[in-house]
Write a protein that binds this ligand. Structure first.
Ligand code: FES
Length: 361
């Protein structure tokens, strides 16, 4: 499947479902009526106000698996935190100014704190190392309220596929599936047992519904092996690294599963890219961006302090201004006006072969 093609529904499922088909048909039919006075927004309705971020304190920090720290964040005054649903994430603004997203992996019923788990990535952008080494109990930080781009729809039969730290998004879904009495199974994959967090918690949720597969004992699973438990109509939720997601997507058509909801961590592979150039500042160095790398990755080699977070073109953290050149926008964040004004998200957006983008850096 061509991952550069926008998915046809809200959850990234590769096949349109009936609900989305009806929404599309409704939009096609009634869009021309949007200019009608009947459908104009009431002039008295106030514009939506942005919600202020939360100021939270680290109240717990412990190692729960090789290279994985679990943190608990709470209101320093002991107040209840905003609610959330399985699949939600929060965005942390670290003391260094870096911003990072993490799935909430606690219990939505626990309004007294948020739990996250973070894998240490020594070769990454420094955010995970900062969290491991510096976010000790008592540290205060700014946190954006929970948002959910990976909603759990509670279909009657669900198969949850987690790769490594991707379990953080799926653990609350497993808990919810159990609470609702759904027919659910969860497979957690990783290099070795020592690298996989929450094994005991998962087994306690359903010892006969959880399978832990490690590469050192079982080998790297194929997409077909991961989907082997799916029966007719099963909804699959997958969160893990890009190769795992690609394997599941590739095997989906041949399986009886009905839908695939997914969340990937890290950058998606660049598909359909051409080599181009970026210049860092009007008089700065000219860098070659290969067809299979992002402009952000290339620029980070020269400027390691450049801000970024999702690397998937939706958070806006890496936003830069284009001084010259014609971009090929691939993000899901910028408006047409912002693009026309020169904004660019270099984690995903590119340029045509041979083009040079001059960035205001
Ligand atoms: S890092 Fe999130 S949009 Fe680029």
């Amino acid at each position: 499947m061509d991952l550069s093609t926008p998915p046809p529904d809200l959850y990234g499922r590769p096949r349109a479902d009936r609900f989305m088909q009806r929404v599309t048909a409704f939009g096609d039919r009634y869009t021309p009526a949007l200019g009608s006075p009947l459908l104009r927004r009431s002039p008295r309705r106030p514009p939506a106000r942005p919600t202020p971020p939360l100021r939270l304190t680290v109240t717990g920090h412990r190692t729960i698996a090789d290279g994985i720290a679990e943190l608990r964040l709470a209101d320093p005054a002991g107040g209840a935190l905003p609610g959330w649903q399985p699949g939600a994430h929060i965005r942390l603004r670290l003391p260094s100014g870096r911003e990072r997203h993490y799935s909430l992996c606690g219990d939505p019923a626990d309004r007294g704190g948020y739990r996250i788990a973070v894998r240490r990535l020594p070769g990454g952008g420094g955010g995970s190392v900062e969290i491991h080494d510096e976010l000790l109990p008592g540290t205060e930080l700014t946190v954006r309220r929970p948002r959910n781009g990976f909603a759990f729809c509670a279909e009657p039969a669900v198969l949850l596929l987690a790769g490594g730290i991707g379990i953080t998004a799926l653990l609350p879904m497993a808990r919810e599936a159990r609470r609702l009495g759904l027919d659910w199974h969860l497979i957690h994959t990783g290099r070795s047992a020592g690298t996989l967090p929450f094994a005991d918690e998962l087994r306690a949720l359903g010892p006969d519904r959880v399978e832990i597969r490690t590469d050192d004992r079982h080998g790297v699973p194929t997409g077909a092996a991961l989907l082997a438990r799916a029966r007719r109509g099963t909804a699959v939720y997958c969160c893990g690294p890009a190769p795992m997601l690609a394997a599941v997507q590739g095997a989906l058509e041949a399986s009886p599963a009905r839908t695939l909801h997914f969340e990937r961590f890290g950058a998606a592979p660049v598909l359909g890219g051409s080599p181009f150039g970026v210049r860092l500042g009007a008089d700065g160095p000219l860098l070659a961006v290969p067809a299979d790398r992002s402009a952000l990755d290339v620029a980070l080699e020269q400027r390691p302090g450049l801000p970024y977070s999702c690397r998937q073109g939706f958070c806006g953290t890496c936003r830069v201004h284009v001084l010259a050149g014609t971009p090929e926008h691939r993000d899901r964040r910028l408006t047409e006006d912002e693009r026309a004004a020169g904004a660019l998200l270099p984690c995903v957006s590119r340029a045509a072969e041979g083009e040079t983008l001059v960035l205001d850096l």
